[in-house]
Design a protein around this ligand. Structure first.
Ligand code: GLY
Length: 369
């Protein structure tokens, strides 16, 4: 008999099987589900940072069960993603999310050589964003040459992967320089992290913090906290450097202190009490990071916190009907920008829910390493 996590993973896989037929027919990479339809990214189309999560979901299903349709559909999405190499102009530091989770996962599971080259191509693009003054540049606008963001801790895995793959330590050196800057400049004394820090691109000196996608300057955007938690955990798993583990533990302690009694996650841990604004993506990411932290430390408190988060999502915020194509509800792209999605379904929420379930079921392909 299946346990509740195996059952949830299977129901999500069945739903994605139905949804994949629609995405393939429309020739799109889904970004979110609305009124029973898939919406491609309204921002930069297939070049938007979220493009890798749909094939990543399919590779998690493939890792569990090997259904052929997943491989075919993931490769269709990958061919759209690799076309973006030629367009190039809107690719940014999120090539880690985009290509490690798609082509990198493909190579890990199937040994496909072109998928490895495409992943290496993405790593080279990320290397090209490294400023030796101390950080990886986040975005492309000329006025943002000095911007680095906490989310980038997740993209560092692509660089560590490339050093292992090629035997060339340059990629890992750049990742470590960025991670040490993040330790120094993003991690706050209370274990929370800033979203955006602007540096002087000539000297690397700190200029200022920006509020980013959170509630306010100095507040705690919960998805940023989750990126920091899982990102430093991954940096530790990639390098075994104790300072990264220490940072992950500090961020985890702060995150765990803010898990709501119902297991859901507020969009910002400093948002006003009167505001009911949830971002379940943050909870799903944190659950993944906490489970990896439990494996790294043997401390069961991390796994128990992860279970509170996953149980909360399964109990309150999974839609198994066909009224929408995705699964996880109450995902919020950004605290103040409702245009990008508030209390909706967004594909990366589904990805991290699936990864968390796969970890609990022992089938996780662990595409980050
Ligand atoms: N990495 C962008 C976001 O979390 O919205």
């Amino acid at each position: 008999m299946r346990n509740r996590y195996e059952e949830a993973f299977q129901k999500a896989a069945d739903k994605y099987c139905r949804g994949a037929r629609i995405a393939a027919r429309e020739g799109i990479i889904p970004y979110k589900s609305e009124k029973g339809a898939w919406i491609p990214s309204p921002f930069d189309g297939n070049g938007w940072w979220t493009g890798g999560f749909y094939p990543a979901i399919l590779w998690q299903i493939y890792a569990a069960d090997k259904p052929e349709w997943c491989l075919i559909e993931a490769r269709r999405a990958e061919s759209l993603l690799t076309e973006e190499f030629r367009i190039f102009s809107h690719l940014n530091h999120d090539v880690g999310f985009m290509y490690l989770l798609s082509c990198g996962a493909d190579h890990k599971l199937t040994g496909d050589k072109q998928a490895a080259l495409d992943t290496l191509h993405a790593a080279s693009l990320l290397m090209g964003r490294f400023n030796p003054a101390g950080y990886i540049r986040a975005w492309n606008q000329p006025a943002q040459a000095g911007f680095a963001i906490i989310d980038c801790m997740m993209n560092l895995s692509l660089l560590y992967w490339a050093s292992r793959k090629t035997g060339d330590p340059r990629f890992a050196h750049a990742a470590d320089v960025h991670a040490h800057t993040a330790l120094r400049e993003f991690l706050r004394p209370d274990g929370s992290v800033s979203h955006i820090i602007e540096f002087d691109p000539e000297t690397g000196a700190r200029v200022r913090e920006h509020p980013g996608q959170g509630y306010a300057l100095g507040s705690q955007w919960s998805r940023g906290q989750a990126w920091g938690l899982y990102g430093f955990t991954l940096a530790y798993l990639n390098t075994e450097k104790p300072e990264y583990l220490d940072a992950a533990k500090r961020i985890a302690a702060n995150f765990m202190a803010h898990i709501r009694p119902d297991g859901l996650t507020d969009c910002d841990f400093c948002q006003p009490d009167t505001e009911e604004r949830i971002d379940n993506i943050a909870g799903a990411i944190a659950a993944c990071g906490l489970m990896e932290l439990e494996k790294a430390t043997g401390d069961e408190a991390y796994r128990n916190a992860a279970l509170r988060l996953v149980d909360g999502l399964l109990e309150h915020c999974c839609d198994w009907t066909d009224q929408r194509l995705g699964v996880l509800t109450h995902c919020t792209a950004s605290y103040h920008d409702d245009g990008a999605g508030r209390h909706t379904n967004i594909v990366y929420g589904d990805y991290f829910l699936m990864e968390a379930l796969a970890k609990l079921n022992g089938t996780d392909l662990m595409p980050w390493l």
